[in-house]
Design a protein around this ligand. Structure first.
Ligand SMILES: *Cc1c(COP(=O)(O)O)cnc(C)c1O
Length: 385
């Protein structure tokens, strides 16, 4: 968001959090004399995530987009292959695959969680399908039991786009630990950030060695640094997918206090839910639905208005009060690129309907209680009936 747009708002939509040790660790990284990738802070951040999430290997990347690209390379997805994903997601979910020639097969979302509708998977699978990409929207788990069962039976990989859902759970298991591979984002708008950043979660050991190589320009440099080979050389394709240790230092300062961050976000989320419940019911507004078997990650709070016109009126009303609320994804299948793949408006009804009616409220780790109260009050006063 350019500053000119946010300046006019008293209550902005997002603000990155600073937990206190960010600058100290960056200074430490500088003093360490190692600021390139895979330095001490990268190792600390990766170890923390591996231990907490109980995944065999975590590799920090420059972005979630890069982690998704690594997945595509690891799965040898190439021109002509197909990948099934929701249309209601960020462009990177699809672009990482399209970049390497894959064809996106968009399916609709569930009207309750806004996650990909797992009952539509079977009908979308062809002999060319190589991957299913569930996106845990708002950090609420997709139906991973059903998705995993179908993928396994049909011999298709699962790559979780877990940009929203770090530390969320599905049936008591961490999001990001279900697919062969999963991608995290540490972009400024996510729960944990280092400005721009991401991570690849490698859940199957057979991918680990090649993941390290693809991420290091197609070389076995990581093995060299571990003393496993005498010199490093060009052994495969690859690119440079590492963040600098300065970014990792910033990130580690947030991950080490992850419970504090998540607790703050939980309180904000719960307050919205509590203070807007009656209003929503009285105005035919749908609030986020969290199935009882899901523990969400408290990534966002949204409202789904009865129609597009009421959403516009609410956004304008909040704007007049100095509050920035924003809608979310424009369906990918009706975008100019989506149309090039042959999609048309009308094909994914829930995606299109939700996209026109959803609005996200200001939500960030350090959102003050009195500001949040103002948001809630403004919503109750909105002329939408
Ligand atoms: C933020 C986001 C991404 C991209 O993350 P980057 O780290 O900016 O590459 C991908 N998918 C989803 C669902 C996101 O919200």
């Amino acid at each position: 968001m350019p500053p000119s747009l946010t300046d006019q708002y008293r209550i902005v939509f997002n603000r990155p959090t600073f937990q206190g040790n960010e600058l100290r660790y960056i200074r430490e990284a500088i003093e360490n004399g190692v600021i390139s990738g895979d330095g001490p802070f990268s190792k600390k951040a990766q170890a923390l995530l591996e231990k907490t999430l109980d995944v065999p290997k975590v590799l920090l990347t420059g972005s979630c987009t890069h982690a998704l690209e690594l997945s595509v390379l690891l799965l040898n997805i190439r021109a002509g292959d197909e990948v099934i994903l929701p249309s209601f997601t960020f462009v990177s979910t699809v672009n990482a695959f399209v970049l390497f020639g894959a064809k996106p097969v968009f399916i609709d979302i569930r009207p309750d969680t806004l996650n990909l509708d797992e009952t539509q998977l079977e009908g979308a699978i062809t002999a060319k399908t190589k991957a299913i990409v569930p996106v845990h929207y708002g950090g609420v788990g997709c139906e991973m039991d059903a998705i995993g069962e179908i993928a396994q039976r049909r011999g298709i990989a699962v790559v979780e786009d877990n940009a929203h859902g770090l530390f969320g759970k599905y049936k008591n298991r961490w999001l990001g630990s279900f697919g062969q591979l999963a991608a995290l984002s540490f972009h400024e708008t996510k729960n944990f950030t280092c400005g721009e950043g991401g991570a690849l979660l490698v859940n199957e050991k057979r991918f680990v060695e090649r993941a390290e190589i693809l991420r290091e320009k197609g070389t076995d440099r990581m093995r060299f640094f571990r003393g496993e080979v005498e010199k490093y050389s060009w052994v495969d394709i690859g690119s440079s997918y590492l963040p600098s240790d300065l970014q990792a230092a910033f990130l580690f300062a947030q991950l080490e206090v992850k419970d504090r961050i998540q607790e703050k976000r939980r309180r904000i989320w719960d307050r919205y839910r509590e203070q807007l419940g009656a209003w929503a019911e009285g105005n035919g507004v749908q609030l986020p639905f969290i199935p009882t078997h899901c523990q969400q990650s408290y990534h966002m709070f949204y409202l789904i208005l009865p129609n597009n016109e009421k959403r516009s009126r609410l956004i304008q009303h909040l704007q007049k009060k100095g509050i920035l609320s924003v809608f979310h994804y424009i369906p990918l299948h009706v975008s100019p690129m989506g149309k090039r793949f042959g999609y048309r408006e009308g094909e994914l009804p829930f995606t299109e309907s939700i996209s026109k009616r959803l609005v996200r409220l200001p939500f960030y780790t350090d959102l003050e209680e009195d500001l949040q109260r103002d948001v809630v009050r403004a919503i109750w006063e909105a002329p939408i009936t």
